[in-house]
Each structure stands twice: as structure tokens, then as C-alpha cells.
Design a protein around this ligand. Structure first.
Ligand code: ZN
Ligand code: ZN
Length: 114
């Protein structure tokens, strides 16, 4: 997401916030994956989501569209601790994890639960 009230034609790195923790993850040097319409999940939220949903099986069906793919997915989703409407579906968690691992730009690997 973009920080509120910025000039959309002149977006700075510190204006790019993770949708799930609302930190300026990009300018902090955290890995980031972009979804549709400028939604962002950072590496630490993705680690948390992967741990809870994929490893821990702690997801729950949600009533909001996935912030990353903008689809209402009938599957387990993870939601932000600070914004329950900011959800990410299982598919996007897996896709984002694969994309981050493949990216040469970031050092990130999925948690293994061990
Ligand atoms: Zn985050
Ligand atoms: Zn999704």
C-alpha cells in the first residue's frame, strides 16, 4: 500500500508500506512482494503467514478479499494483526514465498518450522 496523502506520481521508497504491518518495509530493506493494485507483503509478514497457515494449519476462512490477488478465496487465509481486513490467501502465501525465494535481490527462504 502507499502511505496516505502522497503524490502518486512521485512515490518515494519510504511511502511504500507493507499492507499487513504498515511498516515502510521497502525503505527498511526488507524483502517485498507486490500484489495487485500496489498491495505489498513484506518478508517478515510472509514468514509469519507461512508459519501460521502452511506449517501451523491455523488459518481461517475470511470474509474479505485477499489483499494480494483481490479475490474472495474460499480457503484458509492469514490476516494482519493490526488490520483484520488485510488478508492474504493460502495461494498468495505460497506464490509469494516461491517468488521471494527465486528473487536474486533478496535473501529470504520459507520457514521450515524446525
Ligand atoms: Zn509486513
Ligand atoms: Zn490471494
Amino acid at each position: 500500500m502507499h502511505r496516505a496523502g502522497i503524490n502518486e506520481n512521485d512515490v518515494q521508497p519510504e511511502d511504500i508500506l507493507c499492507d499487513y504491518c504498515q511498516r515502510a518495509a521497502w525503505s527498511l530493506g526488507d524483502p517485498c512482494i507486490e500484489g495487485h493494485r500496489g498491495s505489498i507483503v513484506c518478508g517478515s509478514c510472509l514468514t509469519q503467514a507461512f508459519t501460521d497457515i502452511v506449517l501451523g494449519d491455523k488459518g481461517e476462512p475470511v470474509h474479505w478479499k485477499c489483499r494480494m490477488c483481490l479475490e474472495l478465496r474460499d480457503q484458509l487465509s492469514w490476516h494482519s494483526k493490526i488490520d483484520p481486513e488485510a488478508t492474504i490467501c493460502l495461494r498468495c502465501i505460497k506464490q509469494s514465498a516461491t517468488a521471494l525465494e527465486k528473487s536474486k535481490h533478496w535473501e529470504w527462504s520459507r520457514p521450515t518450522g524446525g
